[in-house]
Write a protein that binds this ligand. Structure first.
Ligand code: ADP
Length: 268
C-alpha cells in the first residue's frame, strides 16, 4: 500500500498524478490519495475579500491563520473544487474514486488548538478564534471498507476536532498519520520542487537520501517554511513504522512512478 500526498502549490500537474495513479492501480497496487489546495485557496480567499494570513510559530513553522470564515473558504476549495476535480479526472480514467474530507465519517480526528502562539516582528503574541489542530486518530475501518470495495479514497483536510468542529490540519502530517494507521509500505509526498534541496531554490542541489538520524539536521540547515513541515511529517511517519518516505516532483509526466524510482529524496 502506498499513500500519495499531492500538494496544492503552483505548477503541480494533477492530471499527470491521476493518470499515474490509474496506471499503478491497474498494476494491482493499493493506493490512497491525499491532496492539498493552498495556492487556489489563497486566490479564492483574495477574490472573496478575506485575504489569507500566515503566521509563524516560535519553532519556525509557518501555517495559515484559520478563523471560522477561512474554514468555509478552505472547504469550498479543498473539499469542493479540488477534491471533486481530482475525483472527476479519476472517474474519467476508469478509477472508482471517492472523495472525502477528514470530517466525513470522522476520518481524521484530533485536538483543536484554539489559541496559538505566533511570532510577529520578533515578538510573541497569542491568536484566538483559530480552527487548527492535528490528526491523532484515523478511521481506518472506513478506509478499509472503501479499499475492500475497490474504491480509491481521495482525502483532504479539514479534519474534525474531538469536539466536532472542522479544523485545518497539515495535509502532509495527515498523510503521514494515514500511512502509519494503514501500515503502508511507502508515503510519497509530491510537491512543486524536485525533492529536498540543499540550497533552495537551486534545483541541482537535490538531496537524494536522508536517513532518519539526519532528518532534524537537514530540516535545520536546508529546509525553510513549508519544506520543514514535510520533513516533520516524514519523521512522524518513520517513527510510526512507515518504512520509507519519498519526496518528489509533481510537475512531470509520471510523478508517482518517477518518485518511486528514485528521482526525488528518499527518507528512511
Ligand atoms: P505543497 O503545497 O505542494 O504541499 P508546499 O508549497 O507547502 O508544498 O512546500 C513545498 C515548498 O517548500 C516548495 O515549493 C519550496 O518553496 C519550499 N522549500 C523551502 N525550502 C526548501 C528546500 N530546502 N527544498 C525544497 N523546497 C523548499
Amino acid at each position: 500500500m502506498i499513500i500519495v500526498k499531492v500538494g496544492g502549490g503552483e505548477g503541480i500537474n494533477l492530471e499527470a498524478v491521476c493518470r499515474d495513479a490509474a496506471e499503478l492501480l491497474g498494476q494491482g497496487e493499493q493506493l490512497v490519495l491525499v491532496h492539498g489546495g493552498s495556492h487556489r485557496t489563497n486566490q479564492v480567499a483574495e477574490a472573496l475579500g478575506h485575504p489569507p494570513q500566515f503566521v509563524t510559530s516560535p519553532s519556525g513553522y509557518t501555517s495559515r491563520l484559520t478563523d471560522r470564515r477561512t474554514i468555509g473558504i478552505f472547504e469550498m476549495v479543498y473539499c469542493g473544487e479540488i477534491n471533486k476535480g481530482i475525483v472527476e479526472r479519476l472517474q474519467a480514467l476508469g478509477v472508482d474514486a471517492v472523495g472525502l474530507s477528514g470530517v466525513d465519517g470522522g476520518l481524521w480526528s484530533g485536538p483543536r488548538k484554539d489559541a496559538i502562539r505566533v511570532v510577529e516582528n520578533g515578538r510573541q503574541r497569542i491568536v484566538r478564534d483559530n480552527y487548527t489542530g492535528r490528526v491523532e486518530q484515523v478511521n481506518t475501518s472506513l478506509l478499509k471498507i472503501l479499499l475492500g470495495g475497490g474504491f480509491l479514497p481521495v482525502l483532504t483536510p479539514p479534519a474534525i476536532s474531538f469536539e466536532g468542529e472542522a479544523i485545518n490540519v497539515d495535509g502532509d502530517r495527515a498523510a503521514a498519520a494515514t500511512a502509519a494507521a494503514l501500515g503502508a509500505d511507502r508515503l510519497v509526498v509530491l510537491s512543486n520542487v524536485p525533492g529536498v534541496l540543499r540550497s533552495f531554490p537551486d534545483e541541482s542541489s537535490l538531496i537524494p537520501r536522508i536517513s532518519a538520524a539526519e532528518l532534524n539536521q537537514v530540516a535545520e540547515d536546508a529546509a525553510g517554511g513549508r519544506m520543514r513541515i514535510k520533513l516533520l511529517a516524514a519523521g512522524e511517519a518513520l517513527a510510526a513504522g512507515v518504512p520509507q518516505v519519498l519526496i518528489g516532483d509533481a510537475r512531470c509526466e509520471n510523478p508517482i512512478r518517477e518518485t518511486l524510482n528514485g528521482s526525488g529524496t528518499l527518507i528512511q
